[in-house]
Design a protein around this ligand. Structure first.
Ligand code: PRP
Ligand code: URA
Length: 213
């Protein structure tokens, strides 16, 4: 795959270890859910190294007053792409418990593989925030591209997209369609199969999170 300035592929042994368990078909729904959250927290830690709105705050320690950089209140909005993105929300809330959550419902048409939007509810003043769009799977990239387009139509200018597993096709599509959006993918997989599933992948993330078929 071509290299893009707006794409970060994590090559971290701790994340890789957890992704190995996530992929395993024998991993239970409970463990799958916990792993999705843990991986999301690890990714968020790195993804927010830059681009997060900060300010200087005075803190009085037992010894003296110092100035410390803090994340601005209310600076981040989490936008999961339904359904599977829901599984990642707590992973960010662990770090930013007060972050508001907007929801965008997208379902891939199984024949065309194109996403169809069925729901959109976003918090007020989202245009000023750092918006973290999350979905465990970046396959053809259609869902991510449309969700980001929708957010831009609402005036959002600071968007990051995070997926646990990406296919080269999807990463390329989003990186080229939205060069101003930084894309974080924990693991880059080989390709898509003829049904649009990521190989080797982990199967259907929504089904594995919620116990559906
Ligand atoms: C899955 C996944 C992504 C999308 C990725 O959702 O969670 O949203 O497919 O595929 P794409 O990159 O080709 O658009 P799905 O449409 O299966 O809905 P679900 O989360 O409700 O299962
Ligand atoms: N959505 C999934 O849940 N898994 C894939 O492999 C592709 C899209």
């Amino acid at each position: 795959m071509k290299q893009y300035d707006n794409v970060t592929i994590f090559d971290h042994p701790l994340i890789s270890h957890k992704v190995a368990i996530l992929r395993d078909e024998k991993t239970s729904m409970k463990e799958f859910r916990e792993l999705v959250e843990e991986i999301t927290t690890l990714m968020t830690f790195e993804a927010l190294r830059c681009g997060v709105p900060t300010e200087e705050r005075q803190v009085k320690t037992p010894l003296e007053v110092c100035t410390q950089t803090v994340v601005k209140d209310n600076a981040i909005v989490i936008v999961p792409i339904l359904r599977a993105g829901l599984g990642m929300v707590n992973g960010i809330h662990t770090l930013f418990p007060s972050a508001r959550v907007g929801h965008i419902g997208m379902c891939r048409n199984e024949e065309t593989l194109e996403p169809e939007e069925y729901y959109c509810k976003l918090p007020p003043h989202i245009e000023d925030k750092l918006v973290m769009v999350i979905d465990p799977m970046l396959a053809t990239g259609g869902s991510a591209c449309d969700a980001i387009k929708r957010l831009k139509e609402r005036g959002c200018r600071h968007i990051k997209f995070m997926a646990i597993i990406g296919a080269p096709e999807g990463v390329t599509r989003v990186a080229e369609a939205h060069p101003d959006v930084h894309i974080y993918v924990s693991t880059l997989d080989r390709c898509l199969n003829d049904k649009g599933y990521i190989l080797p992948g982990l199967g259907d993330a929504g089904d594995r999170l919620f116990g559906t078929k």
